[in-house]
Ligand binder design. Structure first.
Ligand code: DGJ
Length: 718
């Protein structure tokens, strides 16, 4: 960090962010590749300054980190306050910058192990309120974590009606905005939108970070500037990020939790601190990806989970709710023989649940079906497996004993109709009695079968939440998410050996807030490899492979197309690998194939989960998805080629495998094939391999799959 009279500079290993003081303002002078310390950065700080005028003029035209109504700016605001006198205009003036300890954000998760934190302090010119902005950098990633905090130093009460976590004004307009929208079973499909002048906004008011659009997004700078800037939010509820291209050649980016129903009353001495946002700059998309992956693995996920995660078999897709003790044991037997490590009993073990329309809330063992979870878990463990179980604690079915006893526990207005989704309503977990009830259910479950793993599901959107005013009803969404974090935290603190996997009808709550508690999330209910390849590519731009649960399902899944076991394996290999097909019905040949797949995954699990991932070819080009994951020490790499296009004579299928040690020699093998090559790192990186022969259209007509995959193993031998 570098501070002088006029400039403040913070550095990450490869980037710098420079602020420039000018009278009562602070401007963003530069954000990009790392630059050396200098006394004066005027030369890089642009020319669009309000002071380039000959008469008094309070209009802000420069790049700032804060803006609200009253500051002389007509772009969108990152702050909105209702002052004690009813006025809504404020003027924050820059006061000072200091190096501080990274603050704890009360009730909300935030990044761990920061290297240093800069605090920028602004004070309102007319009211006694202060805005503090925190920028934290890290040793091993180019991510910068940013948050805002409003402090009421007056004797009056103010109300915060909007406070974004980050405002970044960037030079130029004309950025390409990469966003990751989707829906159930089609999460995070990359979309690119060019924006010159106008506003582009992503977000949701559905109560969770959503299938509809992930909070991660990225800007590609115009060609003459080059590089990418990506953003995300460490929060699991509503979010709203806006990119605004101004005619004055500035692009404003704001990232935050939105303002639906927000009305945070700050009495004298109180403060409100936003969730943390993150941003990173990289010369290429892969640079951004590396920074985000290192950030999530090293500063979001709890250290205790940074190890080999168990290879799971889940009975949901093959059996649904239709299982019993014997069927589960048959799966456990088969799992153990194949080399799997964890067996998961999914939805349907409780109350009278035989289909997803009843009993949510009644977390009582259905002994007739399970044979008693105590016995079942014991029998599964006796086969050398860990035991996992599913739960959807935040939900309640109207057809449940819990609802019949406590209809008032629902997060809805008892005086109006409450919308149903998947036959379920949402519990108001911010109510202490609901919180205690749910925690009690977890305690009982832990006592009964002490699961090693819990799949925490969440299968609906919140459309019409209502919380009584006594419970801080205006801020129901924030209060709900804080209660969710408290519940997860309490469970994980009291049961430290437990691992929770997140799930929200697949990937509907795939966000950095969740990753503070759960190290992995069920990426999507879509298990068809063609569709999955697309979803996983989008997911991996901002989230590491270690977060992405991926199972080999049956030949025909939600997309209805018939696929080969080897292709389902290759695509699932990108994430935390497992099986979700009927492994009790595998032929001898398939059993052998699965055993080899499992052995391969186990051998390369550390590289695949924690190595450096690079996208080589994107789905959006229409030919397939190609990527490589290289271990941190570059001794091993796994390349995955998912080809969606048939290959014709004379057409090259050539990919460069960047990221390897160029001076080393590698043994190159192809999963499921005998042949091996010996290849120099520079050949693999610079020339690449022509893999034409592995994808050639078979004229006998055997080769008609919609996806053809190849998994390449590269091991350093010299
Ligand atoms: C949705 C999840 O994504 C599925 O994997 C499964 O757990 C079902 N819910 C169970 O209802």
């Amino acid at each position: 960090m570098f501070l002088n009279e006029n400039f403040i500079k913070i550095d990450t290993p490869n980037t710098s962010l420079i602020f420039r003081r000018y009278s009562e303002l602070l401007e963003i002078a530069y954000y990009g590749g790392r630059v050396a310390d200098m006394d004066d950065y005027t030369i890089v700080s642009g020319h669009k300054r309000k002071y380039a005028r000959s008469c008094s003029d309070d209009v802000i035209t420069g790049n700032t980190t804060v803006c609200c109504y009253g500051m002389g700016c007509d772009r969108h605001f990152s702050v909105a306050i209702k002052n004690y006198d009813g006025g809504i205009a404020n003027k924050f003036l820059f006061e000072r910058a200091e190096k501080v300890e990274k603050p704890i954000i009360e009730g909300l998760p935030s990044s761990r192990d920061g290297k240093e934190t800069l605090m920028l302090v602004y004070r309102d010119r007319d009211y006694d309120i202060e805005l503090r902005q925190y920028y934290t950098v890290f040793d091993d990633t180019d991510v910068i974590a940013v948050s805002n905090c409003i402090v009421n130093d007056s004797n009056q009460t103010f109300s915060v009606q909007k406070l974004d976590s980050l405002q970044m004004d960037l030079d130029s307009n004309g950025y390409d905005i990469y966003t990751y929208p989707g829906t159930w079973a089609r999460e995070r499909h990359q979309q690119v939108t060019n924006l010159k002048i106008g506003k582009f906004s992503i977000g949701t008011v559905g109560g969770s970070s959503s299938h509809a659009v992930n909070p991660f997004f990225m800007l590609k700078r115009p060609e003459r500037m080059g590089g990418y800037i990506a953003f995300n939010l460490e929060y699991s509820g509503n979010h709203r990020s806006t990119v605004e291209g101004a005619p004055t050649c500035i692009t404003r980016v704001t990232v935050g939790m939105g303002d639906l129903g927000l009305d945070i009353k700050l009495s004298s001495g109180e403060k409100f601190h936003t969730p943390e946002a993150v941003m990173t700059f990289g010369n290429t998309q892969n640079d951004v990806t590396t920074s985000m992956h290192n950030f999530v693995n090293n500063h979001v996920i709890q250290k205790k989970y940074l190890k080999e995660r168990p290879l799971a078999v889940n009975i949901w897709e093959p059996l649904g709710c239709d299982f019993n003790y014997d069927k589960v044991i048959a799966f456990a037997d088969a799992s153990a023989k194949l080399g799997a490590e964890l067996l998961i009993v999914d939805d349907g073990w409780f109350g009278k649940r035989n289909a997803p329309n009843c009993s949510l809330g009644d977390w009582v063992d259905n002994k007739e079906k399970t044979g008693g979870l105590d016995n079942l878990s014991k029998a599964v463990r006796e086969k050398g497996l860990k035991f996992g179980i599913w739960i959807e604690p935040e939900m309640i079915n109207p057809d449940s004993d819990l609802y019949r006893a406590h209809p008032d526990w629902v997060l809805g207005n008892p005086k109006r109709y409450q919308t149903l989704m998947r036959d379920q309503l949402v519990l108001d977990i911010a109510k202490p009695e609901v919180f205690d009830y749910l925690y009690g259910c977890f305690e009982n479950l832990m006592k009964l079968c002490s699961p090693d793993y819990i799949k925490w599901d969440y299968n609906r959107v919140i459309h019409d939440a209502y919380q009584s005013p006594e419970l801080n009803g205006e801020n129901y969404s924030l209060e709900y998410i804080k209660a969710l974090y408290r519940l997860m935290d309490k469970i994980l603190t009291n049961y430290p050996a437990l691992m929770i996997e997140g799930c929200a009808a697949g990937g509907g709550r795939y966000d950095l807030g969740m990753f503070h508690y759960v190290p992995q999330i069920w990426t999507s209910d879509m298990t068809d490899p063609v569709e999955r390849a697309h979803i996983q590519e989008g997911t991996l731009v901002g989230y590491p492979q270690s977060t992405m649960s991926a199972h080999v399902a049956s030949a025909v899944s939600h997309a209805g197309r018939n696929t080969r076991l080897r292709d389902r394996f290759a695509v699932s290999l990108e994430g935390v690998f497992g099986y979700e097909c009927d492994i009790t019905k595998l032929s001898e040949e398939q059993t052998e194939e699965v055993k080899q797949q499992i052995a391969f995954y186990k051998k390369h699990r550390n590289t695949l989960l924690y190595g450096d991932y690079k996208l080589i070819e994107s789905y959006t080009l229409g030919e397939g998805v190609v990527s490589i994951t290289v271990s941190k020490d570059k001794s091993t790499a796994i390349a995955k080629i998912f080809r969606l296009k048939q290959t014709f004579d004379r057409e090259p299928v050539k990919y460069k495998f960047d990221g390897l040690d160029r001076n080393a020699t590698y043994k190159v093998g192809f999963f499921g094939r005998e042949e091996k090559l010996i290849c120099k790192g520079d050949i693999l990186c610079n020339s690449g391999l022509d893999l034409f022969q592995y994808f050639l259209l078979d004229r006998k007509g055997e080769y008609t799959n919609e996806i053809n995959t190849l998994v390449i193993e590269m091991e350093k031998i010299d």
